[in-house]
Design a protein around this ligand. Structure first.
Ligand code: CDP
Length: 581
């Protein structure tokens, strides 16, 4: 009887959320009334989203209620979560789109630039992030015929986008994120590389140099390469590739920017080359897209895919993948796109990006150190399984609903009978949805065993890794004093009273050598159709040469891009080791 009442009240449906999760949900996700009070519970939020996304099934004559139940179940059990904009906007009647990722083209005209600026604003309002390739813009100092003046170049226009984003951010739910890409052969490349070297400039941008194979070869041989004016197509100058490469490393060492996107490797995997070339990725780099294309992401929580005996439950993962592909494909249909151009190309390719979160938690539960060959093997096996099953699910959907319109002429047309989606897998950072799910983010190792987390609005939350807390209690070495000591250092590697085997399993991002970070990124990339979001952490005392080795290694291992983060090199950090207090 009590269970019946509970069910009626929806109590049975309430997901088990951590304090941090509830905090984040209350602040940014749960619907509010005009007074700013939350007017839905987390379960009601998942119901709202499940119902809005399931409604797409009606068009295909499938069972809407059944889809709603399975979507609701997977989200409320924290087994699967879509990217934040879907949680923010689905079923709210706001007409805000649900994708996290967009790429907008920037044309070489004042009108073109400001049209893109406006389109960016419309996207940021929905919580989506935008990537731009600024390479079509004529270089600074070039002529402007209409005004008889001189052009100010890509970097100065980036400042306008940055300022606009600042203004939008103050009214929105989350910080707008942007990615600026510039081809390495653009005449303004040196200015671009140093554009973020001063603190507090272009803070809403991640910047990445689009490095071509030609350039990478020139770096290895120490040769010169050509800079080309995009307006005229003419070679205007030569630079020494190694010198440009070194400049990139110096700046990445100083500020984390620029990252690199290996643009030729990306285009070798462009599924729809006839629909255009890929020029840029979304802000965190995991989603290469065509101009005007958008993509919605979702991630399966691996820490909830473990059997009682501590094995991976592959059957459960398979079901979760099929359910999630169904979910993400539905999003494409119900998504109110902010622009007609986005609507058109998104529906022609129907890209989705399913990935994982909680990978580090999984490794801990399976007693595998992150920086080990066993972890690489498991990562690769998981990625391959995701790719295979997500493709299966997409092929099944194609039989029920039709292939994606650009299928013929795509790289899949002679490999598959038909797919519903041009791409199916992406490894997202899962920065916020992993907090909601209470798991480690994406495929990253633990950031710290205990730390202070900065959240929106300046608050700081103290966190101890729950798996560590449990082990410490089970094995009898838990004490408040010890936990405080850990929080001070973040890492437990030098705390002798913690057993050796526990220290080995609870390695954090900064304990792990940068090479292992890259190897893990490459292991997942091998079987991921889009790209992999991964931060390669380096210790504070590492050098630009260390960064150089990492960038080159990422290129050799066929990563689609690489980003490093040297501890302490950025002004603002989302996560801080306790030591910083
Ligand atoms: O966890 P959540 O769904 O909020 O996002 P994520 O997985 O950390 O980031 C996925 C993508 O969302 C990023 O690559 C950006 O395209 C976008 N994003 C954004 O625009 N602004 C943010 N503050 C965070 C993410």
């Amino acid at each position: 009887e009590i269970r019946g009442i509970k069910k009626e009240l929806g109590i049975d449906e309430e997901p088990k959320l951590t304090v941090n999760s509830l905090e984040v949900l209350r602040k940014r996700y749960l619907l509010k009334n005009d007074k700013g009070e939350n007017i839905e519970t987390p379960a009601q939020m998942f119901r709202r989203v499940a119902s809005a996304i399931a409604s797409a099934d009606r068009k295909y004559g499938s069972d809407v209620k059944r889809a709603e139940e399975s979507f609701f179940r997977s989200m409320s059990k924290l087994e699967f979560l879509p990217n934040s904009p879907t949680l923010f906007n689905a079923g709210t009647g706001t007409n805000f789109a649900m994708s996290a990722c967009y790429v907008l083209p920037v044309e070489d005209s004042l009108e073109g630039i400001f049209t893109t600026l406006k389109n960016m604003a419309l996207i940021e309002q929905t919580g989506g992030g935008v990537g731009f390739d600024f390479s079509r813009l004529r270089p600074s100092g070039d002529i402007v015929r209409s005004t008889k003046g001189v052009a100010s170049g890509p970097v100065s226009f980036m400042r306008i986008f940055d300022t606009a984003t600042d203004v939008i951010k103050s009214g929105g739910k989350r910080r707008g994120a942007m990615m600026a890409v510039l081809r390495v052969d653009h005449p303004d490349i040196l200015e671009f590389i140093t554009s973020k070297s001063k603190q507090n400039i272009l803070t809403n941008f991640n910047i990445s140099v689009a490095a071509t194979d030609k350039f990478m070869n020139a770096v290895e041989k120490g040769e010169d390469y050509d800079l080309i004016n995009p307006r005229t197509g003419k070679i205007v100058k030569k630079l020494n590739a190694s010198e440009v490469w070194d400049k990139m490393m110096e700046n990445a060492w100083q500020s984390g920017d620029p990252g690199v996107v290996f643009i030729d490797e990306i285009n070798r995997h462009n599924p729809t080359p006839r629909a255009g070339k890929i020029e840029a990725t979304n802000p965190c780099g995991e989603q290469p897209l065509l101009p005007y294309e958008s993509c919605n992401l979702g991630s399966i929580n691996l820490s909830r895919m473990i059997t009682r005996t501590g094995e991976l439950n592959w059957e459960k993962i398979r079901d979760a993948i099929h359910n999630s592909v169904h979910f993400l494909d539905n999003v494409i249909d119900v998504n109110p796109y902010p622009l007609e151009e986005i609507d058109i190309i998104t529906r022609l390719n129907r890209k989705i990006g399913l990935g994982v979160m909680g990978f580090a938690d999984l490794l801990i539960r399976m007693n595998i150190p992150y920086d080990s060959n066993d972890a690489l093997d498991l990562g690769e096996k998981i990625a391959a399984f995701f790719e295979k099953e997500a493709v299966n699910a997409s092929e099944e959907l194609a039989m029920q609903r039709g292939i994606f319109p650009n299928f013929s002429g795509s790289i899949w047309s002679d490999k598959s009978e038909g797919r519903r989606n041009a791409t199916v897998t992406t490894i997202a950072p899962t920065g916020t949805i992993s907090i909601i799910a209470g798991c480690s983010s994406g495929i990253e190792p633990l950031f710290a065993v205990a730390f202070m987390r900065h959240v929106l609005g300046g608050a700081r939350l103290f966190e101890i890794n729950p798996l560590f807390e449990r082990i410490a209690k089970d094995r009898g070495f838990y004490s408040v004093v010890l936990m405080e000591k850990i929080a001070k250092y973040g890492t437990i590697q030098n705390i002798k009273e913690i057993p050796e085997d526990v220290r080995r399993i609870f390695v954090t991002a900064h304990d792990i050598s940068p090479q292992w970070h890259v190897k893990m990124q490459a292991a997942f990339q091998k079987h991921t159709e889009n790209a992999v979001s991964k931060t390669v952490n380096l210790p504070q005392n590492s050098t630009p040469e260390d960064i150089e080795k990492i960038y080159m290694m990422a290129y050799k291992l066929k990563c689609k891009g690489v980003t490093v983060y040297r501890y302490g090199s950025k002004g603002e950090q989302v996560l801080n080791l306790g030591l910083d207090k």
